[in-house]
Design a protein around this ligand. Structure first.
Ligand code: ATP
Length: 301
């Protein structure tokens, strides 16, 4: 069974005068996944989200959420999504609880036991006026607001900003649970470690253009690794050089050190066929390196 597409964009484009903030975005996001939308400051993440949510009109292209046109059905769509905007604006004089009551009323009621659970998990304080909270604690109110109606689609623009590491972990678990329930999370982030931990797929955006969309697992398997192999007898460099994906080889008697961006399985089968492997150490690929590789490629291109 193929998963249902919950977010769909076609040639979505936004120019601000000469600034091409978003260029020709074609993207499908599926029910049951967390999509990490990753890019540096100014890459176009916020523009993409605001265009997608009909807060700003695209220069060209269109989008659908849950099969509905994001412009024509904007009001209906709002009932099915949770949204944490990048520039969260809340009434400073309302307490957290009053703020959530306000949003709950807009949406025709809410299950307060669920709100209480979210509050506990994020260690939020709903008794204080929102204006008196630190930015991280205010952010928690925004996150609860987005999660509280168990929306089919969650769209969040840098939602972890200001959350301390323990709360971030809990928040990541909450996102995984949403996906496990068959709902969708669209998570904009510039934090690689977060995306690496929480996302199924990652879309990398740079200068308004989507430069890659891949599963985190595929990205990892493609990444350059440094591998040290130790054998029970002296080895020849040519055996390693024949494996596609081996970049650099240093052979010293019983030991070989490689830089490799192919599949581990292929490498191991090839060498184990020739020699008896005694030990192997490999440094796990870091998404950061992959991310930089993409950006370097772009620059070179
Ligand atoms: P950040 O992580 O810093 O929020 P971002 O990836 O969300 O970055 P955007 O805010 O979408 O990036 O900005 C994309 C580009 O569009 C930037 O060059 C920005 O300066 C420009 N831009 C955004 N909003 C406007 C606007 N209202 N008028 C003119 N230019 C804008």
């Amino acid at each position: 069974m193929t998963a249902q597409i919950t977010i769909h964009t076609e040639g979505l484009t936004k120019h601000y005068g000469d600034v091409r903030a978003l260029v020709d975005l074609d993207l499908d996001v599926y029910a049951g996944e967390v999509l990490g939308f990753l890019g540096p400051n100014g890459a176009g993440k916020t523009t993409a989200i605001r265009t997608l949510l009909d807060e700003i009109r695209p220069t060209a292209g269109r989008a659908e959420i849950l099969g509905m046109d994001t412009h024509e059905s904007a009001v209906e769509i709002r009932r099915h999504i949770g949204y944490v905007p990048g520039d969260l604006a809340l009434y400073p004089n309302l307490t957290g609880r009053d703020t959530l009551t306000y949003f709950a009323n807009l949406r025709g009621g809410v299950d307060w036991s669920h709100v209480d659970e979210l509050t506990r998990r994020l260690d939020a304080d709903l008794s204080k006026k929102v204006g008196d909270l630190s930015s991280g604690n205010r952010q928690k109110v925004g996150v609860i607001q987005a999660f509280m109606n168990r929306p089919d689609v969650l769209v969040m623009d840098e939602p972890s900003a200001g959350l301390d590491p323990l709360v971030q972990r809990e928040f990541q678990a909450m996102m995984r649970e949403v996906a496990a329930e068959g709902r969708t999370v669209f998570l904009s982030s510039h934090t690689l470690s977060e995306v690496q931990r929480v996302a199924d797929r990652v879309g990398i955006i740079r200068h308004g253009r989507l430069v890659a969309v891949e599963s985190v697992a595929d990205l990892r398997s493609k990444a350059m690794r440094r591998i040290e192999l130790e054998f029970d007898s002296p080895v020849e460099a040519s055996v390693f050089g024949a494996v596609p994906g081996v970049r650099e080889i240093t052979v010293e008697d019983h030991r070989a050190v490689l830089t490799y961006d192919g599949k581990m399985d292929v490498l191991l089968k090839t060498v184990a066929d020739r020699y008896d492997l005694v030990d192997i150490t490999t440094r796990e690929a870091d998404l950061e390196e992959i991310f930089l590789t993409y950006y370097r490629d772009e620059v070179n291109a």
